[in-house]
Design a protein around this ligand. Structure first.
Ligand SMILES: Cc1ncc(COP(=O)(O)O)c(C=O)c1O
Length: 417
C-alpha cells in the first residue's frame, strides 16, 4: 500500500487529459472548439485549453487514490473476473468507516450492495407504496429524484427549498402542505445536490418527526457525505438521529463521489428494519446485477487505505470552493450561497438573465466556453417545474485549479464584455 494514512503529497493540480477517454463529462464537447463568441473575448494568458471546459456531470477530474489503484491492479493481475460476492473484510471495512467517520454503528446484515445510487433510488420507489402512491422530494434536486418515481408509476410531489438569511433552508409548512395520505416515500438528499447544504440535526429531527406523523419511509441519498468542506461540520446520517428514524429509513451511500470512482459502480443501502429490507431486496430481484469485483475491491481499499488522500482532497476542494464563491460574488448578475458540502456550486443567474434578456444561461456560458449544468433539469427555473422566474446553473469545481481558473476567467469575460 502506498498510502497507509501518513501524509503523502497528492497532485490535484495535475491536469489529466480526459478527452478520448470515453468520459460522459468530456465527451459532450469532444472536437468542439469554443464557438465564436459574438464579441471579442480574451481567454487570458493562462488559458491553455481551447475546447469548452466541461464543469457539468458530477465526477472529478482527479485520479483515484493510489491505494485504490493498487487494489485494482492486484485484482487485474489475478486475471480472472468471475461472479463474486461481497466478502467479510469488505463488509467490516464499511462498518468501520461508518463508525469512524460518522459515529454510526450498523450491522453487516443491514447492508444491501447495489451497482449505483440511482439504482437504489429506483428500487426504493418500487419497494415503497403502490402504483399511484406519491413520492415527496424538495426542489431543486438531482434529476433522478424527479424521474425515478415516474418510472415506477408513482407521482412526484414536491416543495421548494427557500433561501433564508443567505442560506438554503427547508420550508416545513410547504413540505407538509405537499403531503397527502397517498404520500408513502420521502426522497431526501443529504448533503443536498445541488444547493450544497449539509442538513443539521434539528432539520433532520424535524423531517423524522414529519415522517413519523405521516408514516413515510425516508430514503436518504448520502452519496456526498464524504465531501463536507467546512471543517467544523460533521455529517450525521438521517438514520443515526434516533432508533425511530432508523426503522423507517433506507440510507444510500457509496465511495464513488468521495474517492472519484463513480464509473466502477459500487454502492450500498443500509436498511435497519428487516421487513423493509426484505421488500427492498424483493424489488431488486431479477433486475439489479451484482457489483463487479473491481467495484468492490476499490470500495474496500478506499475505505481502509485512502484516508490521507481524502484529507488532502477536502483541502483542495475547499480552496476551489473559496475561489468559486469569491469570483462569482464579484460578477455582475450572478450570486450563490455558501457550499458546505459537495463540489457543486448552485449559481443564481436570474439577474444576469434580466440584464441581458437571456432565456438560457447554460447556453450563454457554453457559448463562452464553459459547460455547466442547466438548472431547469433540477426542477427549477422558468423551464423547470418551479416557475418563479429564477434561473440557475450548476458548476462542478472538482477539477485542477488551472482549469477552474480558466473557466472562471471565461465566465467573467462573458458577463463583463
Ligand atoms: C445526489 C446524487 N445521487 C446519486 C448520484 C449518482 O449515483 P450513481 O452514479 O451511483 O448512480 C449522484 C451523481 O451525481 C448524485 O449527485
Amino acid at each position: 500500500m502506498r498510502e497507509k494514512g501518513k501524509s503523502v503529497g497528492f497532485d490535484f493540480d495535475k491536469v489529466i487529459v480526459r478527452t478520448g477517454s470515453d468520459s460522459i463529462k468530456w465527451g459532450k464537447y469532444a472536437g468542439r472548439d469554443v464557438p465564436r463568441w459574438p464579441k471579442a473575448i480574451s481567454f487570458g494568458a493562462g488559458d491553455f485549453f481551447q475546447g469548452v471546459i466541461p464543469l457539468w456531470v458530477a465526477d472529478m477530474d482527479f485520479a483515484a487514490p493510489p491505494a485504490v489503484l493498487d487494489a485494482l491492479q492486484r485484482r487485474i493481475e489475478h486475471g480472472v473476473f468471475g461472479y463474486c460476492a461481497p466478502w467479510p473484510s469488505l463488509n467490516d471495512a464499511v462498518l468501520a468507516h461508518l463508525s469512524s467517520e460518522y459515529g454510526w454503528r450498523i450491522e453487516a446484515d443491514w447492508l444491501v450492495w447495489l451497482p449505483g445510487l440511482v439504482t437504489g433510488i429506483n428500487v426504493a420507489c418500487r419497494a415503497v407504496g403502490g402504483p399511484d402512491s406519491e413520492v415527496f422530494t424538495a426542489t431543486p434536486i438531482y434529476p433522478p429524484f424527479l424521474s425515478s418515481p415516474r418510472f415506477s408509476q408513482r407521482r412526484v410531489v414536491s416543495a421548494p427549498l427557500v433561501r433564508r438569511d443567505g442560506a438554503w433552508a427547508w420550508d416545513f409548512d410547504a413540505l407538509e402542505a405537499a403531503l397527502s395520505p397517498a404520500t408513502r416515500l420521502f426522497l431526501l438528499c443529504h448533503p443536498h445536490n445541488p444547493v450544497g447544504r449539509l442538513w443539521r440535526e434539528d432539520e433532520l429531527q424535524r423531517i423524522a418527526e414529519i415522517a413519523e406523523r405521516h408514516d413515510l419511509i425516508v430514503c436518504s441519498d448520502e452519496i456526498h457525505c464524504g465531501l463536507v468542506l467546512d471543517p467544523q461540520l460533521r455529517h450525521r446520517p438521517f438514520a443515526a438521529i434516533s432508533p425511530e428514524a432508523a426503522q423507517r429509513s433506507i440510507t444510500l451511500m457509496a465511495p464513488s463521489k468521495t474517492f472519484n470512482i463513480p464509473g466502477l459502480g459500487s454502492a450500498f443501502a443500509v436498511i435497519p428494519d428487516a421487513a423493509l429490507r426484505r421488500v427492498f431486496r424483493a424489488a431488486m430481484q431479477g433486475i439489479v446485477p451484482d457489483v463487479t469485483v473491481l467495484g468492490l475491491a476499490a470500495t474496500e481499499a478506499a475505505f481502509r487505505h485512502a484516508g490521507a488522500w481524502h484529507v488532502a482532497l477536502l483541502e483542495y476542494l475547499r480552496a476551489n470552493r473559496d475561489r468559486v464563491e469569491e469570483r462569482i460574488a464579484a460578477l455582475p448578475g450572478l450570486a450563490m450561497t455558501h457550499v458546505e458540502a459537495t463540489y457543486l456550486a448552485w449559481i443564481d443567474a436570474t439577474e444576469l438573465c434580466r440584464m441581458r434578456s437571456l432565456e438560457h444561461p447554460q447556453h450563454f456560458f457554453e457559448q463562452a466556453g464553459v459547460g455547466l449544468s442547466d438548472g431547469a433539469d433540477f426542477g427549477w427555473g422558468p423551464r423547470g417545474q418551479r416557475n418563479d422566474g429564477s434561473s440557475f446553473v450548476r458548476l462542478n469545481f472538482g477539477c485542477p485549479r488551472a482549469l477552474l481558473d480558466s473557466a472562471l476567467d471565461r465566465m467573467q469575460a462573458a458577463v463583463t464584455t
